[in-house]
Design a protein around this ligand. Structure first.
Ligand SMILES: NC(=O)c1ccc[n+]([C@@H]2O[C@H](COP(=O)([O-])OP(=O)(O)OC[C@H]3O[C@@H](n4cnc5c(N)ncnc54)[C@H](OP(=O)(O)O)[C@@H]3O)[C@@H](O)[C@H]2O)c1
Length: 323
């Protein structure tokens, strides 16, 4: 039986690891040019994504992260093709950059239709914007919880101050802010220095860590002279530019050395480093069932304190800025 714990102070029980489904689904028209598809080249099609879904659930990674915006709804539509009693879907508002807070109820209904579900486990505000009034949106989120369409409310890319604002509005309605989804990995440690991780601890909010593998830079597959194909090398130059890869090489070497003690890969050690922090829940993206199964194996081993400290020391330069 996989260990679960509440998401933040909500009553939603979640595993310590989720699955990023951003590249899943069959995009058509302009959605083929969604940044995720351009960067990663998409996942590997319906049957392989089904196998990734099944492998994740079998290993206890039952939380799947998507968004209305991912490939024009194609990722949500893909998840709508799969079902399992244990699966938990986390999606995000809005589906387009022009949306305002008051568009949320309509957008939620559209997401539920694509997902072929009556409710979602977690509904997140994807990113703060001048067009979306946070108090108004949080009140509409609370209405959606009361209507039974949403189990838990989250935000994404929120600063500590924005989290406090959302938390306070929801608290007046008796609803916890369950999560803030931000970029967090060994190569992107700003949540430790910009106040977000501290605010998560103080407010009892789970930090959902996106891009936990730094877009693949922490897997050990890429090195100087072996950059990923496609646009990722340019869109994520901070991880795949020549100087960056040189700086990252010792980190990958340490991940490899630690992993060899447990028969684990650098990617698995990098994900586990995040899981060892009890208020953090990583959601690595998986393009196929092999990656999904490997990522889910991180639920079944532990790092010791010295290893966590060694990884901390080796990546301190990435606390304040991307190197
Ligand atoms: N809220 C937001 O604003 C936001 C932004 C970005 C992402 N996200 C969420 O976070 C999730 C994860 O982020 P991400 O996909 O950008 O980055 P990531 O998890 O750091 O990297 C994923 C990539 O790493 C490679 N990979 C994954 N597992 C692997 C394994 N076991 N072995 C070897 N390679 C492996 C795959 O690419 P290759 O095989 O091609 O190398 C995969 O596409 C997304 O799916 C999405 O749900 C949220």
């Amino acid at each position: 039986m996989t260990h679960t714990q509440p998401l933040g102070r909500s009553d939603l029980q979640v595993p310590r690891l989720g699955v990023g489904a951003m590249t899943w689904g069959d995009a058509s028209g302009l959605a083929r040019f969604h940044p995720a598809k351009l960067a990663y080249g998409g996942a590997e099609g319906l049957e392989e994504e089904r196998r990734a879904w099944e492998a994740s659930i079998a290993a206890g990674a039952t939380l799947f992260d998507t968004a209305a915006m991912y490939s024009g709804g194609a990722s949500e539509r893909r998840l709508g093709q799969f079902s399992h009693p244990a699966a938990l879907i986390a999606t995000k508002f809005p589906g387009n950059l022009r949306a305002r807070a008051e568009d949320m109820p309509k957008e939620l209904n559209a997401s539920l239709a694509r997902l072929r579900r009556d409710s979602v486990a977690l509904y997140q505000h994807h990113f703060p914007s001048d067009r979306v009034d946070i108090p108004r949106l949080m009140n509409l989120m609370a209405d959606a919880v009361e209507a039974g369409k949403v189990r838990a409310v989250g935000v994404s890319n929120y600063s500590a101050e924005q989290m406090r604002q959302a938390h306070a509005v929801l608290a007046e309605r008796g609803i916890p802010l369950a999560s803030n989804q931000v970029e967090y990995s060994l190569l992107h440690r700003q949540p430790e220095t910009n106040g977000v991780l501290d605010a998560c601890r103080e407010l009892g909010v789970t930090l959902i860590a996106y891009q936990p593998l730094a877009g693949g830079a922490l897997t050990g597959k890429y090195a100087v002279g072996q950059r990923p194909r496609g646009l990722r090398r340019f869109m994520m130059a901070g991880y795949f530019g020549g100087d960056s890869q040189t700086a990252i090489a010792p980190v990958v070497a340490l991940l490899r050395e630690i992993g060899e003690r447990y028969g684990k890969t650098p990617a698995q050690v990098a994900i586990r480093w995040l899981i060892e922090n009890e208020c953090v829940l990583p959601i690595p993206g998986a393009k196929n069932s092999k990656q999904a199964a490997a990522n889910a194996e991180t639920l079944a081993f532990r790092l010791v304190a010295d290893e966590i400290a060694a990884l901390d020391a080796a990546t301190r330069a990435w606390r304040s800025s991307a190197k």
